[in-house]
Design a protein around this ligand. Structure first.
Ligand code: BEZ
Length: 210
């Protein structure tokens, strides 16, 4: 299995999910996508993660991002577990949970790391642009729940920088100053960024978010 790298087309697949059969690319349509794997249903950290993801649903929709979760548990288990997530996390799970009992999708996406655990998926995250290209790959260990604020932050950065000659600095949050790409000359920057910019170094220029 080759690792999925940034810029690759996210592999397409057919799956059974809690929202019915799903063809991944068709389901994504023209939206952004976020596919997350979790180690197992009815486990504590995963329960909090999927609750957090459900409670962020509106934020994802505002950004035109479709989200789906996947593990190697069967569909019946997913349906039962959703009840617990909704009860304990004060959440409504409105995204599909994919049942990958045969591990085909998990293998395709490299979500099983056999030297860590041969039976469960790790906590993988793939963010996918509307052209189906992979824009972010993250892997967390089973013992660490993901930070969904961080995932939203990356989506904001990706969506901002895809159209502007900008990048976002360390710990950037939506609304903070951005970095002008080194490929843009000062002359071009004056035209592109009418709010102006501060040149800290010739290669480090900050401008207010457009
Ligand atoms: C959890 O979600 O709590 C969990 C799952 C697998 C291993 C360890 C923790």
């Amino acid at each position: 299995m080759n690792a999925i790298r940034l810029g690759d087309i996210a592999p397409d697949f057919e799956a059974r999910s809690t929202q019915g059969p799903l063809n991944f690319h068709e389901w994504l349509g023209d939206s952004w996508g976020m596919l997350v794997s979790h180690p197992a249903d009815f486990t504590p950290v995963c329960t909090t993660e999927l609750g957090a993801m459900a409670n962020f649903q509106e934020e994802f929709e505002d950004r035109n991002v479709k989200v789906a979760a996947i593990s190697v548990d069967p569909l019946g288990s997913h349906f039962e577990w959703i009840k617990d997530i909704e009860e304990t996390q004060n959440a409504k799970v409105d995204f599909p949970l994919i049942a990958d009992e045969k591990r085909e999708i998990s293998e395709l996406y490299g979500m099983i790391h056999p030297n860590d655990d041969a039976t469960m998926t790790v906590r993988s995250v793939f963010i996918i642009a509307p052209d189906k290209k992979v824009k972010l790959v993250l892997t967390y260990p089973a013992s660490t729940g993901r930070n969904f604020d961080e995932l939203l932050r990356v989506i904001d950065s990706l969506q901002l920088t895809q159209y502007e000659a900008l990048a976002t600095p360390a710990n950037w949050k939506n609304g903070d100053d951005c970095v002008i790409l080194p490929s843009v000359s000062n002359e071009e920057a004056e035209k592109k960024f009418p709010k102006g910019f501060v040149e800290v170094k010739p290669y480090l220029r900050l401008t207010p978010q457009v």
